[in-house]
Write a protein that binds this ligand. Structure first.
Ligand code: KIV
Ligand code: ZN
Length: 538
C-alpha cells in the first residue's frame, strides 16, 4: 500500500480537477471559542476571540461556534462582535433549552449573514435524573419548545442530545424526532464524556438512522471528547456511518481532555481521501498558523510530538529515516509539511525595512493594522530588527499576536530591572500599572532572576499569585531567535494563562506573568461578582 497523499497543497489528494461527490463533503464545525474556551485557565478577551475567528475564516471552516452568550456579558459581546465582523462561515451561539438562553443566543448571532442557534439538553438517564432532576417527558417538552422558539428566529437550528452516546438510543430517537418535527436542520449527537468507542459510536448512528429515517434529510453531526484519546477515531467512525459534520477544536482544546482536534480530523480526511471518499473545504495551508495563534492566545502549548502541528510532527531523528527522506520524502512522510503551512517562511525583513515594508508584509499575512496599532507594531519591529539579523513571517506573527494581548485589561508591565550575579541572590525591581490605572512598584530578592521578577510583580500587585506552569520556547531557530514564554498562575484558586514574546527572555517572562495575573484576577473577580452559571456548562 502506498501513500494516498502523493500531492501537496490545499486542493486535497483528489486534486482540484477531480470529481468529488457533494454528498461526501464533510462540514467542519469549529468549537475552539466555545468548548475549547472551557479548558481550565483559558480566558480570551473579545479582541483575541475576534482574531481567532478571523483566522478560522481564513482556514475556511464551515461553522464557528463563537460562544455561549447567556453565560456572561463578555461572552455575549464577543459572539456579537464575531457575528458582525467575520464573514464566510456560519456563526453559531450555544443555548440551553430555556427561553432566555435561546433569546440571548439569537441576539448575539442575529447580525451575522449566516446565523445559527445551537440548543442542547441531556438525554441520558444519569443526566436527566441526577443533573437536571427531571423526567424524560419533561425533556421532550423542553426540546419541542426550544427548537420551535429557535426556528422563529432563524432557519438554521442545531439540536444536541447531550451525553448522547450514553443515552437509551430509542428514547434519544424520540427526542430527535421531536427536534426534527419542530424544524431542526442539524442534529449533533455528542460523546460528551469521551466514553464511546469507534464501533459503538458507528453502531449508534446506524441505529439512529434506522429509527429516525428523517435524519437522512438533515445534517447529522459528531462531537467527541478525548478522555480516552480516541476522539478523532470516534469522529471518523460517525462519518463512516453517514454523518457529515464534525465538531472539533484547534489543537484539540476543550473540556477536560479536550475535543477532537480540528487539524488531525481535517488532515486525516485530506490524506486518506482516496480511501474514504470524504472531503472538506479546509484551507490546509492555514493549519499551522491557526494552531500557533490559538496556542499563543490561550497559553496552551502544543506538545512537541502532537500529530500535524507538533514541533516534531515532520522531524526525522533516526539516521536511517533522514537518509530515506533525503532520497525520497514519501519513504517516511505521509504528508508534506507545506500542505499544513509549515516551512513557509518566505517573508523576511531586515533592520533597514521601513513602515511601508512592514505594513505590506503584515497585509500579506492577513493582519490589517493601521494607526496606533501599526505604530506600536513598527516600534516593536524596530527593537527586534536591531537585535536580529532577519525578521521572518513567524517573528512578525509572534510580535503582532503579542501586541494584541496588550488589550487585556488589568495589570501591565511598565519596566523592570534585575541585578544578577553568581555571588549573591538576584534582586529585581518592577513597576506595573494596576487595574485602576495607577502605578505600583515592588522589589524582591529571588532564587533566580526570573523568580525575583515574578515575586517583585506579586509584591507590586499585592496578589499572592502562585506559579503553576512555566515554559520557554523559541519562535524560530537560531541564536538570535525571539523567545516565547508561557505561564499559568493561580490566584484564589483561579488560574490564568499568559504569554510573552521578546528577544530578552526575562522581558518575555515578565510580560507573560503580568498577563497571566490579569486573567486569573479577572476570573476570580467575575466569579465573586456573578457566581457560577445556574447549571454547569456541557
Ligand atoms: O460535549 C457536549 O455534549 C457539548 C454539547 C453542548 C454539544 O459540548
Ligand atoms: Zn463538548
Amino acid at each position: 500500500m502506498s501513500n494516498d497523499d502523493a500531492s501537496s497543497g490545499a486542493a486535497g489528494p483528489a486534486g482540484a480537477g477531480a470529481t468529488r461527490d457533494p454528498a461526501n463533503r464533510v462540514l467542519i464545525f469549529d468549537t475552539t471559542l466555545r468548548d475549547g474556551e472551557q479548558s481550565p485557565g483559558i480566558s480570551l478577551n473579545k479582541q483575541e476571540k475576534l482574531e481567532i475567528a478571523h483566522q478560522l475564516a481564513r482556514l475556511n471552516v464551515d461553522v464557528i461556534e463563537a460562544g455561549f452568550p447567556i453565560t456572561s456579558p463578555g461572552d455575549f459581546e464577543s459572539v456579537q462582535a464575531i457575528a458582525r465582523e467575520v464573514e464566510g462561515p456560519v456563526i453559531c451561539g450555544l443555548a440551553r433549552t430555556s427561553k432566555q438562553d435561546i433569546e440571548a443566543a439569537w441576539n448575539a448571532v442575529r447580525d451575522s449573514e449566516r446565523p445559527r442557534i445551537h440548543t442542547f439538553i441531556a438525554t441520558s438517564d444519569i443526566h436527566i435524573e441526577r443533573k437536571l432532576q427531571t423526567t424524560r417527558e419533561d425533556v421532550k417538552g423542553q426540546v419541542r419548545a426550544a427548537v420551535a422558539q429557535a426556528r422563529e428566529y432563524t432557519e438554521d437550528v442545531e439540536f444536541s442530545p447531550e451525553d448522547g452516546s450514553r443515552s437509551d438510543v430509542e428514547y434519544m430517537a424520540e427526542v430527535i424526532q421531536i427536534a426534527l418535527d419542530e424544524g431542526a436542520t442539524t442534529i449533533n449527537v455528542p460523546d460528551t464524556v469521551g466514553y464511546t468507542m469507534p464501533r459503538e459510536y458507528n453502531a449508534m448512528f446506524t441505529e439512529l438512522y434506522r429509527l429516525v429515517p428523517d435524519l437522512r434529510k438533515v445534517v447529522v453531526s459528531v462531537h467527541c471528547h478525548d478522555d480516552l484519546g480516541i476522539a478523532v477515531a470516534n469522529s471518523l467512525a460517525g462519518l463512516e456511518a453517514g454523518c457529515r459534520q464534525v465538531e472539533c477544536a484547534i489543537n484539540g482544546i476543550g473540556e477536560r481532555a479536550g475535543n477532537a482536534s480540528l487539524e488531525e480530523t481535517a488532515m486525516l480526511l485530506h490524506t486518506r481521501e482516496p480511501s474514504l471518499g470524504l472531503w472538506t473545504g479546509i484551507e490546509t495551508t492555514e493549519i499551522a498558523r491557526t494552531s500557533r495563534l490559538v496556542s499563543r492566545l490561550t497559553g496552551y502549548q502544543v506538545q512537541p510530538n502532537k500529530a500535524i502541528v507538533g514541533r516534531n510532527a515532520f522531524a526525522h531523528e533516526a539516521g536511517i529515516h533522514q537518509d530515506g527522506v533525503l532520497k525520497e520524502r514519501t519513504t517516511y512522510e505521509i504528508m508534506d509539511a507545506t500542505t499544513v503551512g509549515l516551512r513557509s517562511n518566505s517573508i523576511v525583513l531586515g533592520k533597514h525595512s521601513g513602515r511601508h515594508a512592514l505594513s505590506k508584509a503584515l497585509e500579506e499575512m492577513g493582519f490589517e493594522l493601521d494607526g496606533q496599532a501599526l505604530n506600536t507594531a513598527f516600534k516593536r519591529f524596530k527593537e527586534i530588527a536591531d537585535r536580529k539579523k532577519q525578521v521572518t513571517a513567524m517573528d512578525l506573527e509572534a510580535l503582532v499576536t503579542d501586541e494584541l494581548r496588550e488589550e487585556i485589561s488589568g495589570y501591565a508591565l511598565e519596566w523592570f530591572e534585575v541585578e544578577a550575579s553568581s555571588l549573591r541572590p538576584p534582586h529585581a525591581r518592577v513597576s506595573i500599572t494596576l487595574p485602576d490605572g495607577s502605578s505600583a512598584t515592588g522589589s524582591f530578592m529571588g532564587d533566580g532572576p526570573i523568580d525575583a521578577v515574578f515575586q517583585a510583580i506579586n509584591a507590586a500587585s499585592g496578589m499572592g499569585a502562585k506559579l503553576n506552569d512555566f515554559t520557554i520556547g523559541a519562535v524560530t531557530e537560531g541564536q538570535d531567535a525571539l523567545g516565547e514564554v508561557s505561564i499559568v498562575v493561580e490566584v484564589h484558586g483561579f488560574t490564568g494563562a499568559g504569554q510573552g514574546v521578546s528577544t530578552d527572555i526575562i522581558d518575555a517572562a515578565a510580560r507573560a506573568y503580568v498577563r497571566a495575573l490579569s486573567v486569573a484576577v479577572a476570573r476570580s473577580q467575575a466569579d465573586a461578582a456573578i457566581g457560577l452559571p445556574e447549571t454547569t456548562t456541557p
